[in-house]
Ligand binder design. Structure first.
Ligand code: FAD
Ligand code: 2HG
Ligand code: ZN
Length: 462
């Protein structure tokens, strides 16, 4: 373990208090291993500042001592970007958890970066408003982490991803200076968009401490359906039609066969419809007046594409259908440590991709299993690959799948980010000129490379 100079530790303790400068391995363990258990690091100290001023002071001390920092929120990231794989110190935002009063007139709110998504949703609901991004890690993931990864989730078809929800940010840069622009003006063309730049920056450009977020009217009237299909092409065709015909469309998710069988076993409940189907689409509509009729008509319009349909009209039956989608990540974790690939494919190549991927994987590792599911409305497929008896698959499977994605003109990271897991593949999607522009931005904002130095950008060749 890297030893830090005791005088630096004392400086950190002076800023945050000794109780919030964790050094004992049993206290730091939950901060140094990622959610999947695949990425495990070590850190000489985990710092838990109480406010932006403390974050700024900590960064100044770290910068003077040339110590690298991993910013961390809820540690639910899935690409090995939130843990200290190279003995960095951790600055945890979990105490930056204040929600300011909702600005009802503007439909906006300013919150601390450490506020969890569930806490934000509950805060917004008190004024009949809602957050535009929702995802299954809601009880732990934080606003700062969601901005830093530009998180997507289940409602991108309606509201866009996290970048679309941000009107302003406050952040600490690598020299300890603070940038803050939280007025929340809908129109504000005064130069570069720093919130836009920090969204998806994965802790490499600044530590986000607060955000001004757009909220949406809370749509209480909801209806969900699970639709089973005989093949992937039918599921893709139906999804395109539902997007065209359903103005109240709120989510269109997909579960492919292996993932469906596993999650059904995990929940201990049989597949609700189409036991022998190959793809299940979960559709949710939400509006201020009951959208059930609209959904029924749209499903009728799909003609003979569906094999079978189950509808959930009240909270209980809707939750029952949704658990088959929301519990997949947890179900996979009970089987072992997967390699998680999170890709987007254009609609016209999507079915071809899903049908061919198992073959692409088995050409590299015959004993590996692929489990697929995702956000079909966005063309976003999550490919989870497990080796035999829960072991990790052959390293080469990642490259084989991502090369195939690039060949089909897709993205190697739809919503989870690049982290440390995919940085060696970034060149598959980004040209050398784009990578040079990325490096120039990094150099300008973090000239000494102390902010999450081992994620996103590939190492420079010597
Ligand atoms: P962390 O994991 O702590 O950090 C993630 C990255 O952001 C790291 O690079 C870290 O350095 C950086 N970071 C964190 N906080 C800050 C900050 N304040 N300033 C600067 N950088 C920071 N993602 C999706 O997009 N869609 C999904 O549907 C989805 N579902 C999930 C379901 C489960 C069960 C799990 C475990 C994860 C899921 N994720 C999903 C992945 C994950 O990206 C999101 O949960 C979330 O965006 C991460 O937030 P976090 O606070 O946990 O960030
Ligand atoms: C989801 O959509 C998350 O459920 C997690 O993005 C995906 O576990 C995964 O691969
Ligand atoms: Zn997802």
């Amino acid at each position: 373990m890297r030893e830090l100079d005791q005088s630096v530790i004392r400086e950190f303790e002076r800023i945050v208090g000794a109780n919030h400068a964790l050094q004992e391995p049993d206290l730091t363990a939950s901060y140094t291993t990622d959610w999947t258990g695949r990425f495990e690091g070590q850190s000489p100290v985990v710092l838990r500042p109480a406010d932006t001023a403390q974050v700024a002071e900590l960064v100044k001390v770290a910068a003077a001592a040339e110590i690298s920092i991993v910013p961390q929120g809820g540690n639910t990231g899935l690409v090995g970007g939130s843990v200290p794989l190279n003995q960095e110190i951790i600055i945890s935002t979990l105490r930056l958890n204040q929600c300011e009063p909702i600005d009802v007139l503007a439909q906006q709110v300013t919150v601390g970066a450490g506020v969890t998504l569930a806490a934000l949703q509950s805060h917004a609901s008190q004024r009949e408003l809602d957050m535009g991004v929702d995802l299954a890690a809601r009880d732990s993931c934080t606003v700062g982490g969601m901005i830093a990864t530009n998180a997507g989730g289940i409602n991108v078809v309606r509201y866009g991803a996290m970048r679309d929800q941000i009107l302003g940010v406050e952040a600490v840069l690598s020299d300890g200076s603070i940038i803050s622009h939280l007025e929340g003006l809908e129109k504000d063309n005064t130069g570069y968009s720093l919130p836009g730049l920090l969204a998806g920056s994965e802790g490499t450009l600044g530590i986000i401490t607060k955000a001004r977020l757009r909220l949406h009217p809370r749509l209480e009237e909801r209806c969900s359906a699970m639709i089973a299909f005989n093949n992937v092409d039918d599921a893709v065709a139906a999804t395109a039609q539902l997007r065209r015909t359903l103005p109240s469309l709120h989510a269109v998710e997909v579960i492919f066969a292996e993932a469906m069988h596993l999650v059904s076993q995990h929940i201990g409940s049989s597949i609700p419809v189409g036991h022998d189907a190959h793809a299940w689409v979960i559709v949710e509509v939400a509006a201020s007046i009951d959208p059930t009729e609209e959904l029924a008509k749209a499903i009728d319009g799909l003609g003979s594409l569906p094999v079978e349909v189950a509808v959930g009209m009240d909270t209980g039956t809707r939750a029952n259908l949704w658990q088959y989608r929301e519990k997949i990540t947890e179900a996979i974790s009970t089987q072992g440590t997967p390699h998680k690939l999170d890709v987007t494919i254009g609609a016209s190549r999507l079915a071809e991709f899903v049908n061919r991927v198992p073959q692409v994987i088995s050409e590299v590792d015959r004993s590996a299993t692929a489990l697929m599911f995702g956000h079909l409305g966005d063309g976003n497929v999550h490919v989870n690959i497990l080796g035999p008896a829960g072991a990790e698959p052959d390293e080469g499977v990642d490259e084989a799948v991502l090369l195939y994605v690039a060949k089909l003109g897709g993205s190697i990271s739809a919503e989870h980010g690049i982290g440390s897991a995919k940085r060696e593949f970034l060149h598959l999607n980004r040209s050398s000129s784009e990578l040079a522009a990325f490096r120039a931005i990094k150099k300008a904002l973090d000239p000494n490379g102390i902010l999450n130095p081992n994620v996103l950008l590939p190492p420079e060749s010597p």
